[in-house]
Ligand binder design. Structure first.
Ligand SMILES: [Zn+2]
Length: 307
């Protein structure tokens, strides 16, 4: 009897959870970082799915049919914008045919709208397959710009579900306060290494660099999106030797050969940072992302400090 009661209890729990899930706001985000911030603001009212994983290059994601299904059923879609997802988000949205989440629809959220952008070009040039043509799109790697992202997501949620606006606003205020507090801690941890010169694989760290007082001198990619060339690697190796630089930062989705080669030639070290939530199993939210990256940087810079 007790067993049967337990089974009934379990079944009814499952049923009520699934019923409640149905009334949630269905949100799809391009990146897991946008998912994390949406969950911070939406709380129990949102059910969020991120298309890209945390260890995929956000410029290049395979548009799978299952994503189209998610999008066709979504109430809201959140994108980094600029030209970050230009190869995969427009085809997915066009196939999903959900006018609510198309550009201009009430459920379409471009997370960049409130972000002060860096590296804005003086003219838009698509020549030679250039990327980052509207400014650097990797802005979520500055936690303070996370507040600008949150503002855009908040506005989207309030449009979709105005009945919960007060709750979203309360969550926005506490998210912002937590970001401010944590960012202060992270800046303090990085302070001893202010002005450290480093090399990066791809030009995706400019926001992180400015926030935490680093100086990225050059990249392994000769231009964003163009794979490292022997000429570029030789130039970087010479620069590292000349300026006694030891740290090369890379991302989980780049092959290690070029960075390892440069490290061997210079006695340097490759530090693979997380660029998104989920890059490592324990990086479960937007705060974990910076906890991890700051820890990695402090460890590497502490070892190789030339200041
Ligand atoms: Zn990029």
């Amino acid at each position: 009897m007790k067993k049967i009661m337990l089974v009934i209890l379990a079944l009814s729990t499952v049923l009520s959870v699934s019923l409640r899930a149905d009334s949630k706001i269905k949100v799809v985000t391009s990146l897991p970082d946008l998912k994390s911030i949406t969950e911070e603001l939406g709380g129990d009212h949102v059910d969020v799915f991120a298309i890209a994983t945390g260890f995929q290059n956000p410029h290049f994601v395979d548009p799978k049919p299952s994503y189209i299904l998610k999008l066709s059923d979504a109430d809201m879609f959140v994108t980094v914008g600029l030209d970050l997802e230009t190869g995969w988000v427009p085809p997915l949205l066009n196939s999903a045919r959900n006018s609510k989440i198309m550009k201009g629809g009430e459920g379409y959220v471009d997370a960049s709208v409130h972000v002060p952008l860096l590296q804005m070009p003086t003219s838009v040039n698509r020549g030679e397959g250039d990327i980052h043509i509207y400014g650097n799109p990797h802005y979520w790697l500055d936690p303070l710009r996370g507040k600008d992202i949150a503002q855009a997501i908040y506005e989207g949620l309030a449009r979709i579900a105005p009945q919960h606006q007060a709750e979203f606003e309360k969550n926005l205020i506490s998210f912002n306060a937590k970001i401010d507090g944590k960012t202060k801690e992270w800046i303090t941890k990085m302070a001893p290494y202010k002005g450290s010169k480093i090399i990066a694989y791809h030009n995706e760290w400019v926001y992180f660099e400015q926030r935490f007082g680093l100086e990225i001198v050059d990249f392994l990619e000769p231009k964003p999106g163009i794979p490292p060339s022997p000429g570029q690697l030789a130039k970087v190796i010479a620069e590292m030797k000349r300026q006694d630089m030891k740290v090369i930062i890379s991302s989980p989705y780049f092959t290690t050969e070029s960075a390892d080669l440069v490290a061997r030639q210079t006695g340097g070290e490759v530090v693979v940072l997380a660029t998104s939530v989920g890059a490592e199993e324990h990086i479960k939210n937007y705060f974990d992302l910076f906890e991890y990256d700051i820890r990695q940087m402090v460890e590497a810079l502490g070892k190789h400090s030339t200041k």
